[in-house]
Design a protein around this ligand. Sequence first.
Ligand SMILES: *[C@@H]1O[C@H](CO)[C@@H](O)[C@H](O)[C@H]1NC(C)=O
Ligand SMILES: *[C@@H]1O[C@H](CO)[C@@H](O)[C@H](O)[C@H]1NC(C)=O
Length: 294
Amino acid sequence: VRSRNSPGFMLVTVTEVGLLLSLRTDVVTVTPWLAPVVWEGTFNELLLDSIYKKKNITVAATVFAVGKYIMFLKDFLETADKHFFAGFRVDFYVFTDRLNEVPKVNMAAGRTLTVRSVPSSNRWQEISARRMELIQKLIEETLQNHVDYIFCLDVDSKFHGRWGTESLGGLVAVIHPGLDNRSRFPYERRPASRAYVAPGEGDFYYCGGAFGGLVQEVHQLAKTCRNNFEDDAKEGIEAAWQEESHLNRYMWINKPSKVLSPEYLWQDFKQRNPEVLLIRFSGVIKNYANIRPN
Ligand SMILES: *[C@@H]1O[C@H](CO)[C@@H](O)[C@H](O)[C@H]1NC(C)=O
Ligand SMILES: *[C@@H]1O[C@H](CO)[C@@H](O)[C@H](O)[C@H]1NC(C)=O
């Protein structure tokens, strides 16, 4: 539509946009720093897929299946193969201390599974802490030159619906499904910690169980969180929620360029909120006493 007042400019009316997108008015779809918040109904998946097909992208995914968490790996991989970037090249990297218990899963064409050995640990907090270091090294040693995007995902979860190109961005975080009262966000509140977020600060509370983006951006994130974690440890400090606290601090300083709604990491024990039209990925119900070493 050519406006009479500004010849030469193409003004797209709301009606025209409406042909492409059905906008959501019941949820926040853009952050104050102008990053999209991805909800079902805010994107055109055919259009997005065709854009990224032409770019011939490769996506990596990391998952940590240490100790008894190996029990979740089969469902994770089987559902990921079906729903996570279906039709795209995906390289899955599994980190485990139980190499013999890695299930045989047949991946679709163009999708690979690589298993890497990690030492066992007696504390789940330590397993969680070392993830950032392992992600940093994986990117430096293996991914840097041939993978475009990476997502780091919790193994004790399953895919139920599409997770695809709509989630791609420079730095990508997922809004935690259970927390909507800002004054109760469980950030690290001790100023002595490098994960500190002051009262009144913080945008969203993001999940530690799913984050990603461009390989270079996630490398920076992993390296920073790892260094901050280790520097805290030298002073005898462990942040309230370990790497999740450091991730939240990082995302406060380095705003994500795309934010994924809680559709991208729900919890099976939670009843679906009305604004969540589709659960794409969700944490399974588990008995912590059975799976955590301490
Ligand atoms: C797409 O990328 C893959 C892996 O990097 C490569 O083997 C293939 O040749 C590329 N295809 C095209 C059409 O560039
Ligand atoms: C949020 O939490 C604070 C502190 O616990 C409480 O005072 C406030 O009423 C809560 N707000 C809502 C909307 O629930």
